[in-house]
Design a protein around this ligand. Structure first.
Ligand code: FPP
Length: 246
């Protein structure tokens, strides 16, 4: 019998096109060190920088980060202010670096709840980086999957009421086209850090066929090696989209 071995020069499988991450564990990281939660979020922002750079270098096309959920508004006012402050700093200081590296920035979520100055920074950053193609970094801000779905349903209803759309034309494509992610492919791999195993209202529609990888690593400690490990686990999965095993 002839054993088939992979040639040494075998090219590695392509990375997942779209990786989405629920960044969790900033508070626990800080608590374990006797630090205020803000310190965890600050270190979390550094993990964002590392992960974006690694994703670009690994050839991932879309990276979506759950930076602030619609439920996060219920946190103590001081923590919300701190998180918004970090976001402001990120948009002010990091966008030129993103641009230099060919990264396009997109924001999804309910922007009506964000302050005017943050909205202006988002507009500016999206416009500046719009033509970049190395990686699209999608920040989910004030984002909730259920709200997004309700919003899409309302838009469809309005179009039907206005006579621009027939109910018979409402299908998955028509629905997806009214989500924040209309022009973004569905995530292939969804990672959640800190050992929690929940989807927490993130990309509910879009993650229908995503592979889930849960890691014990707390978000402030996350970096390239953890992203590589998750991608490796992804490559070990057989994606069948509901079909029978091949
Ligand atoms: C979860 O940790 C993380 C968040 C609520 C937000 C993520 C925010 C950042 C990584 C910082 C800034 C982001 C950008 C894009 C600059 P948690 O507070 O829920 O942690 P815990 O579950 O341990 O309490």
């Amino acid at each position: 019998m002839v054993m088939e071995t992979a040639p040494l020069s075998a090219t590695p499988p392509p990375p997942p096109a779209h990786v989405a991450i629920i960044m969790d564990g900033n508070g626990r990281w800080a608590k374990a060190r006797g630090l205020p939660r803000t310190a965890g979020h600050k270190r979390g922002a550094e993990a964002v920088r590392r992960t974006v750079e690694a994703a670009r270098e690994m050839g991932i096309s879309y990276l979506t980060l759950y930076a602030f959920s619609s439920e996060n508004w219920k946190r103590p006012a001081g923590e919300v202010t701190d998180l918004m402050g970090l976001l402001r700093l990120y948009l002010r200081n990091e966008v030129s670096n993103l641009h230099k590296n060919g990264i396009r920035l997109r924001v999804i979520g309910d922007r009506t709840r964000l302050s005017a100055d943050i909205n202006a920074l988002i507009d500016e950053s999206e416009a500046k980086t719009a033509a970049n193609t190395a990686l699209t970094l999608v920040l989910a801000l004030s984002y909730g999957g259920r709200q997004e779905i309700v919003c899409a349903a309302r838009r469809l209803a309005e179009e039907v009421a206005a006579g621009r759309l027939s109910p018979a034309d409402i299908d998955e494509t028509a629905f997806a086209a009214r989500l924040f992610t209309a022009d973004i492919p569905d995530p292939d791999l969804l990672i959640r850090t800190s050992g929690e195993q929940r989807i927490s209202n993130f990309l509910l529609w879009q993650a229908a066929y995503a592979e889930f990888v849960f890691t014990e690593v707390l978000w402030p400690d996350f970096g390239r090696e953890h992203l590589e490990e998750a991608v490796c686990a992804f490559h070990g999965r057989e994606r069948r989209y509901g079909a029978a095993p091949g």
